[in-house]
Design a binder for this molecule. Structure first.
Ligand code: NAP
Length: 209
């Protein structure tokens, strides 16, 4: 599948690199050819291509968004997503690792509001990038769960094989109103690891009976 990445830093590169190695065509969507992270990504994985954001969106089926949340409104403004899937990997983080929108609304719902031409699906935020670089936990019989949320069922269904390719078990939590809870799960993981010293190589598991 052709997949574009807006933002190719720690999160973007980890996901893009593994997707490319699974046979997907990765396009870095960037209007600044001198971008540090884009140049680093291209040096690490020369199979990536780079195109302007508009050009990339028109070529792919799925766009991953992995920039700081603070720049998202500006980055997305005036872009036509042509009803394509926009995978929201961002997290609004405020002072003291609080929710950046004061827990009133999720970042994903704001992104959907800013980009009505996209089908926004929240995914790949509930862990640090270390688990996107390497999602394997060989000592366990289950895979790490990737909880997703979005208003469009078809968009979520289309994303599931990508999530599986990346080594996770996809679990649909419902509409985009669930994204706020996923963002709080992220804050829990971030506080445990980045603040309190837990090792980053731990994940959530989904057990059902
Ligand atoms: N780090 C984690 O463990 C983690 C885990 C899950 C989710 N997240 C979320 O994922 C997002 C990315 O995090 P990250 O750690 O990957 O950040 P990062 O390593 O700093 O990468 C940020 C990327 O966004 C690009 N960018 C920054 N400002 C931009 C702008 N104005 N226009 C276009 N591109 C811009 C950067 O490009 P340049 O190099 O050109 O500046 C870079 O490619 C954040 O929202 C974060 O909350 C992070």
């Amino acid at each position: 599948m052709d997949i574009a990445f807006i933002g190719i830093g720690k999160v973007g590169f980890a996901l893009a690199n593994n997707l490319q190695q699974k046979g997907h065509n990765v396009i870095i969507a960037n209007d600044n050819p001198n971008s540090d992270s884009a140049q680093t990504a291209l040096a690490k994985n020369p199979a990536f291509k780079m195109q302007s954001v508009k050009e990339a969106i028109s070529h792919v089926e799925i766009v991953f968004l992995a920039t700081p949340f603070s720049v998202v409104e500006e980055v997305l403004s005036a872009l036509d997503f042509e009803n394509k899937i926009l995978v929201d990997c961002t997290n609004p983080v405020g002072p003291g690792i609080s929710h950046g929108l004061e827990s009133e609304v999720s970042g994903s719902e704001k992104i959907q509001e800013w980009t009505p031409s996209a089908k926004v699906v929240k995914a790949f935020t509930i862990y640090g990038y270390e688990n996107f670089e390497d999602s394997t936990y060989p000592a366990y019989p289950i895979k790490p769960v990737m909880l997703i949320a979005g208003n469009d069922d078809q968009a979520k269904d289309s994303l599931i094989p990508i999530i599986t390719d990346l080594g996770f078990e996809a679990k649909d939590t419902g509409g985009l109103d669930q994204a706020l809870h996923l963002e709080h799960m992220t804050l829990l993981w971030v506080k445990m690891v980045r603040r309190d010293g837990h090792r980053p190589n731990f994940v959530w598991g989904y057990l059902e009976r």
